[in-house]
Design a protein around this ligand. Structure first.
Ligand code: DX5
Ligand code: ZN
Length: 217
């Protein structure tokens, strides 16, 4: 399984060094949480920070937009160096237009669903996106408890995609740590985001290695 540490739990005053630390520690992707204080009750980073971080790692930047109007910011995040941009199906921008915009800039699009949104909501878009992100906490904050009851959505999405002849990448985000990752692995999750599970560990490399080992089924 791929591990995407979420920079939300890093020391924000040392973001460059923190990124180098997880890059050297064996991270597969770098997960960057963008919050606007409207879609979720928290404010985090914008394109300027993503762009400033770009020089410290060649790993894929997985930018998770938790904002009301993703379409208005796609270009800025693409220019900042995003490799993957995921946005919420619950957001206010036109979904099709947002997918098209992401693709037109050579970036991989992904759709995200909150815990209360069913897997079926993303079915109409499966042929057009590279990945589906299933939230396993309510978006907004790191360090919350894992919602294991979201995992059947992973199976449902992968099965539907298979029917369409596509091997869909499914990522989960929220509460993934050494206690919860093995449950996720049983449902065929491809990528796990982990914030506190990686950054609050004393040794990031050890934490990432451990998560990968525990996800082997
Ligand atoms: C929550 C964010 C997550 C968060 C995960 O809204 O999307 O990426 O950083 O943090 P942990 O792994 O601590 O739950
Ligand atoms: Zn996230």
């Amino acid at each position: 399984m791929k591990i995407a540490p979420s920079m939300l739990s890093c020391d924000f005053a040392k973001m460059g060094d923190e990124l180098i630390r997880i890059d050297k520690g064996g991270a597969d992707w770098i997960h960057l949480d963008v919050m606007d204080g409207h879609f979720v009750p928290n404010i985090t980073i914008g394109p300027a920070i993503v762009s400033a971080l770009r020089q410290y790692s060649k790993l894929p930047f997985d930018v998770h937009l938790m904002i009301d109007y993703p379409l208005d910011y796609i270009e800025q995040f693409a220019k900042a160096g995003a490799d993957i941009i995921t946005f919420h199906i619950e957001a206010k921008s036109d979904i099709q237009a947002t997918i098209d915009k992401i693709k037109s800039l050579g970036v991989k699009p992904g759709l995200v669903i909150k815990p209360k949104t069913s897997a079926e909501e993303v079915f109409p878009y499966l042929e057009q996106v590279d990945l589906i992100l299933v939230m396993t906490v309510e978006p907004g904050f790191g360090g919350q408890s894992f919602m294991a009851d979201m995992l059947p959505k992973v199976t449902a999405i992968k099965e539907k995609a298979k029917e369409l002849g596509k091997n869909m990448l499914v990522e989960i985000d929220g509460g993934v740590n050494d206690k919860t990752i093995s449950q996720a692995a049983k449902f065929g999750v491809d990528v796990c985001v982990s914030g506190t599970g990686v950054f609050k560990a004393s040794d990031a490399k050890e934490a990432i290695d451990n998560l990968k080992r525990l996800s082997e089924v």
